[in-house]
Design a protein around this ligand. Sequence first.
Ligand code: UDP
Length: 389
Amino acid sequence: MVEARNPASTHANKKTILTLFGTRPEIIKLAPVIWALEKHSDIWRSVVVSSSQHTDLLRPFIRDLKINVDHDLAVMTPGQTPNAVLSRVVEAIEPIFLKEKPDLIIVQGDTTTATAGALAGFYARIPVAHVEAGLRTGDRYSPFPEEMNRRLISQLADLHFAATEENIKILLSEGIKKESIVLTGNPVVDALHHILKNSRCSETLTNFLESTKGKRLLVLTTHRRENFGQVMSSHLKALRKFTERHQDIELVFPVHPNPSVRAVVNSEFANIERIHCLDPLEYVDFLHLLSNAWLIASDSGGVQEEAPSLGKPLLVLRDTTERPEVLACGVGRLVGHSGERLGEMLEAAIDDQSWFDTVVKTKNPFGKGDAGERISSAISSYFATHKNS
Ligand code: UDP
């Protein structure tokens, strides 16, 4: 365990803000919040905790986003279940609360780490702030277990940072108090702009992009639990047929390490011309890949926010989305679970230049890239109105 940089006792005038993450999407979206807290180190003492719910996927992101982890809970075990992660995080974070005495805990999104952090915070009577609050599909099993995680966190949190007006409406409809909700945009937009401005992509990716110049790059990511098995197989089959049919398509798939994904990939995508299966990419490379995409097909949540940020059309490989804004603004089209429908939508896309032309000009529904700062100032306002907290 790494020692805290700033022992609580030497910072009596500052509020201690503990930020908890454990997976790739959480660090991407919390990095801009941590940067903003550290920028305002005159008022905040920032304590960063990683649960390490994921390890190999997470590590390069901590490095590239330049985050200093004060405490690593190291909870990951082989074949871990949500129950195991939840109980391990709740137990491991308690001594950190006692040592650091946080005035507020920040969690993000819908992971088991975020749920555990919010629950542990509540039990310890420490106020909890939730970044990316108010997303719902309305189906408690899709995405699983994330939809339920989000609902539980909303019940546990004291402060709700909503990315869009739609998210605010949902929170209000569930009885969350208006004064506790702040519209901030989604910090993924901050992270994306920061990375694209400040980092260069690797030589390997540069060479790959050079070798496929002039072709249509179709970028794929898929690893959602509810797509494992038959659904993923049928999606991959449709993508394979489409790639085989169109000589100018190059399909690029950074494959998630989950064995359930690898198994389907091995059976559907082995040695197919113009299908490139890669290891998961570091964020800089992945964003550069997306920037060069002709079309994206993905079941990821974060990618649904990155596509409009980059002006790229997206086929959403899900039957529901908690980000209806991506469909409403015209950037995304919902595919569902059928491979046949995916095949039809891919063919429709290749004949529909107007979709691509519109998407480039679409305003990003997820904000301008100032969410980190907005969150820092919303926390100040929270403490100003809760003086005894
Ligand atoms: N991502 C990445 N490298 C990859 C695939 C994805 O950096 O090879 C990033 C992507 O830009 C997005 C995040 O990982 O911001 C999404 O993570 P994931 O799909 O695991 O989670 P979700 O967003 O669905 O919660």
